[in-house]
Ligand binder design. Structure first.
Ligand code: GLU
Length: 442
């Protein structure tokens, strides 16, 4: 077999959603797995609908996913070639200029039609096996609206041949186009590439994945704080798996393992919950400083931000979520919170406020006595016996101690546990926050 050449051939007539890039991922992985070439071709023959901004978005998405093309083409650059071959087909009598009766405003009075020889045509799809079409039913189909306006079927066949494409890997919605394209290929004397039509991608309600149903663009995932390696990992698994237990794979592992023979026939579900968990996995894999840098995270105090990375890794599934936590739920790490006596003592009956004060005084002493650096477990081991002792004395126990401690430190209903907070905030700051809480009693 000659060296593999695959292509991704998007039409820049709208913002592509991320499911569309599964084709690019498979074409790229297959090419690289076999040591072949990956081509990107912008199919902009529909000049009225093709837009520069969509084309730019395609290149932005491919660059971000790290799917670099070995060669890039624009279909509209090949107009002279398309015209020459259309003229040849007409000269050979394989196609003809057909007079039409316009049915609607804008319809042409003349188009170029392919002289369909009829009969059954079979091609072998790598994923789906033999597919036979009775081409007679297609009639003399249109291959161009004028010599300078080939339709997609014609342009795609010429360009694939000229670019040496050996494997056409594309969405299953193109299966019904293949027979027409084979007829044109045969008429032009071009070799037939291998075909691999990928399974349909559906949403969670089993409808075809679409932008209308909320499928996001790749660049939107980027802007939401996803990692490109996570999206790549996820897209590779839409209709394919490595045949073992692995679900987290790097790009080079994917290249190594990818094979068209493991692509499934049946439709595949796009599951954003799964994508989030894959993203969280790759976020957690990052060293803490990379986590901050790649997440473009910012906070009032860089040292404190570094200390908080484990908290962010535990909770955030995207970097936008991580930043939001820094700005909101975890912002008490950067400045002492506002607190009030009512909330501080709410776990105690009104007449027993004094117990909270006592508890805080005892806790403050524990904190003062902590070694310079203490882990949350060490801190817990010092505080829990105290809480249990107060429980035995009927003075509010764990809740009566841990609530005011956590509230004094965080000013929040919900936060990481107080031991973690103390280990991150450090001794001095905690002593001063407990002091502020004690002042509420005077
Ligand atoms: N340009 C076509 C599309 O965006 C793809 C053509 C092909 O893969 O053959 O659907």
């Amino acid at each position: 077999m000659s060296a593999v050449v695959t292509r991704f051939a998007p039409s820049p007539t709208g913002l592509l959603h991320c499911g569309n890039y599964r084709t690019a991922v498979f074409a790229y992985l297959f090419a690289k797995h076999t040591g072949g070439t990956f081509v990107v071709r912008i199919e902009d023959t529909d000049l009225a609908r093709s837009k520069k901004e969509y084309e730019e978005n395609i290149f932005e998405a491919l660059a971000w996913l790290d799917l670099p093309a070995d060669a890039t083409y624009r279909q509209s650059d090949h107009r002279a070639r398309h015209r020459a071959l259309l003229e040849k087909l007409v000269a050979d009598g394989v196609a003809y200029v057909s007079k039409e009766i316009p049915q609607a405003p804008g319809d042409r009075e003349e188009v170029i039609r392919f002289r369909n020889p009829g009969g059954a045509l079979t091609f072998t799809d790598i994923i789906r096996g033999d597919i036979t079409t009775d081409v007679t039913d297609l009639g003399d189909f249109i291959i161009a609206r004028s010599f300078d306006e080939p339709v997609f079927h014609f342009a795609v066949v010429v360009d694939d041949a000229d670019e040496g494409v050996t494997h056409v890997i594309r969405g299953g919605d193109h299966i019904s186009n293949t027979a027409r394209q084979l007829l044109i290929q045969n008429a032009l004397g071009f070799p037939t590439p291998m075909y691999a039509h990928l399974p349909l991608i559906v949403d969670s309600s089993h409808k075809k994945l679409s932008k209308r149903a909320g499928a996001k663009a790749v660049t939107q995932y980027r802007d939401l704080g996803f990692l490109p390696e996570a999206l790549l990992n996820y897209l590779a698994f839409i209709g394919w798996n490595p045949g073992d237990e692995r679900e987290f794979m790097t790009k080079s592992e994917l290249v190594e393992a990818f094979d068209l023979s493991r692509v499934q026939k049946g439709s595949a579900v796009f599951d954003e919950v799964k994508l989030l968990s894959i993203n969280q996995h790759w976020m957690r894999e990052l060293p803490d400083n990379d986590f901050i840098e790649r997440g473009k995270l910012h906070a009032p105090n860089a040292d404190m931000l570094t200390l908080l990375v484990p908290q962010l890794k535990e909770r955030a599934q995207t970097f936008i979520e991580a930043q939001k936590m820094l700005d909101e739920d975890l912002n008490f790490f950067f400045a002492a919170p506002a607190i009030d006596l009512q909330s501080l003592t709410k776990k105690m009956p009104p007449a027993r406020e004094g117990f909270t004060r006592e508890a805080l005084l005892a806790l403050q002493k524990v904190v003062i006595d902590l070694p310079e650096k203490s882990s949350a477990e060490d801190i817990k081991a010092r505080i829990m016996p105290l809480a249990d002792a107060r429980e035995a004395e009927g003075k509010g126990g764990r809740g009566g101690m841990l609530w005011p401690l956590r509230y004094a430190l965080s000013g929040r209903e919900r936060s990481p546990d107080p031991f973690t907070i103390i280990s991150v905030l450090g001794r001095e700051e905690c002593v001063s926050r407990i002091n502020a809480a004690l002042k509420l009693f005077s």
